[in-house]
Design a protein around this ligand. Structure first.
Ligand code: AMP
Ligand code: GLY
Length: 439
């Protein structure tokens, strides 16, 4: 392994690599699917994986939170490169630990992962470096936060500072909603994630996400995407991890992409180096396209889920080489090719999600979808028992289709959705509505 020399390299020409992907969702299925197609990939392990990932990787039952277990496993299997999917192990220092053990890994250090693991950290960094975002104030005392929202009025946004699996943000239309959100955080419902509260100005506009690979100050743009966070059609109801996504995002025009790179992504990469937390990995910038330009809603230090499921099917270049180049600091001359096709992903979830739901229901119909070209079924929350595929989570499948337009991709995705035989599942029927209703 060349990792000890500072490079993730192959020992000899023609040699291939052993990869470990950490995570068990649709994003990790998409990562395994793309990495499996790499000419330099020998074998993929996935910890812990799911029933769909089993087709691409050897699943091993280690939790993403078991940092020691992942390091020991990587050593035992002589893993050449680890790709970390979710944010929690990144924030817990998995990449730091792997690299210290001589194992090359893709993703930011725990310090750099603060861009996602502390909303206050990200806001302060942006403010110090002139990166556009909403006005905000950080509070350690809920009483002071309450007083502040009462003085500002609504709409206003209340956030728990730390990682809260998508449950830490309330966009409050009224002061009483904001008060309730603060009370919930103060009650300890979000654990340590709520030990600080950030209150923000409510930004208005259309939301989009932009992804880039970063090593230090070098930025390699990937592509844009839009997702649907609310559970209900028409973008109403409670927030979820994401009920569907599409890429490209037509709202991100070439000039807007340039602006997002010049005003947000590149300055943040530079700021992280300047402040002593150089960033390595994929940066997911959630932006609001306001009347006065793009402003940062949030940063994530990983691929989005389900955005990853629409980005990777559009990537024509070798993903694994790009991830390795990111880790090795070799991005400067790296170029990526993208399909001109659009991709759209419809998430199928268990009835009841994002509140309570039952697990263990059987899903059938996969073999019918296999007959469709340009459709990929990414598993997000499934397990295999005997020959049956069972739902084990809230978000269970991500049905992705490609087409020459978002509308075409959408028709094909729903054609595939309709072949899924799963009584306990549901999906939104309007993924991509912003694009297809204006087309
Ligand atoms: P976050 O986890 O910070 O991205 O927040 C989740 C969602 O809340 C975002 O995708 C936005 O829809 C919304 N949101 C977050 N911050 C703001 C803000 N300052 N103004 C308006 N909406 C926001
Ligand atoms: N789809 C939103 C996220 O991955 O955070």
């Amino acid at each position: 392994m060349f990792a000890g020399f500072g490079y993730t390299g192959l020992r000899e020409i023609g040699e291939t690599m052993k990869i470990l992907v950490v995570g068990s969702g649709g994003r990790e299925h998409a990562l395994c699917w793309a990495i499996a197609a790499s000419p330099i990939c020998d074998v993929i392990y996935c910890a812990p994986g799911n029933a769909g990932i089993r087709n691409e990787a050897v699943c091993t039952p280690i939790s993403p939170s078991d940092i020691d277990g992942l390091v020991v496993f990587s050593k035992e299997k002589d893993i050449d490169f680890v790709v970390v999917g979710p944010e929690a192990p990144l924030a817990a220092g998995l990449v730091d630990r792997l690299e210290a053990a001589g194992i090359a890994a893709f993703g930011p250090t725990a310090k750099a992962a603060q861009l996602e693991s502390s909303k206050g950290f990200a806001r302060d960094l942006c403010k110090r470096h002139g990166v556009p975002g909403p006005d905000y104030v950080r509070f350690t005392e809920p009483a002071a936060a309450l007083k502040y929202v009462q003085s500002c009025g609504a709409p206003i946004v209340v956030k728990a500072d730390g990682l809260a699996a998508g449950k830490g943000v309330t966009v409050a239309a009224t002061v009483s909603e904001a008060e309730a959100a603060i009370a919930e955080i103060a009650d300890g419902r979000l654990g340590v994630a709520g030990s600080e509260i950030v209150i923000e100005e409510c930004l208005l506009g259309e939301e989009a996400s932009f992804f880039a690979l970063i090593h230090g100050e070098t930025v390699l743009p990937l592509a844009g995407a839009q997702d649907h966070k609310r559970v209900g059609e028409g973008d109403v109801g409670p927030n979820t991890g994401g009920m569907g996504a599409y890429s490209p995002a037509p709202i991100i025009t070439e000039s807007l992409e340039k602006q997002i790179l010049e005003e947000i992504v590149t300055p943040v990469a530079r700021a992280m180096v300047y402040e002593g937390y150089p960033y390595t990995g994929v940066l997911y910038a959630g932006v609001m396209i306001t009347e006065t330009g793009p402003k940062v809603l949030e940063f994530n230090v990983r691929f989005g889920d389900p955005e990853c499921q629409v980005l990777l099917p559009r990537l024509r270049s070798d993903l694994l080489s790009a991830l390795i180049a990111t880790r090795d600091g070799e991005l400067t001359h790296f170029d990526l090719r993208w399909s001109q096709d659009a991709a759209l992903c419809v998430v199928m979830a268990t009835k009841g999600y994002p509140q309570t739901y039952e697990t263990g229901s059987e899903i059938k119909g996969f073999e019918l979808i296999d007959n469709l070209d340009d459709v990929i079924v990414f598993h997000a929350g499934t397990s295999m028992e005997k020959d049956k595929i069972l739902a084990t989570g809230g978000r269970v499948l991500g049905i992705t289709a490609l087409g020459s337009t978002v509308g075409e991709a959408r028709s094909l995705a729903y054609q595939a959705v309709d072949l899924v035989d799963w009584d306990s599942g549901f999906c939104r029927r309007d993924i991509g509505w912003r694009v297809t209703s204006s087309a």
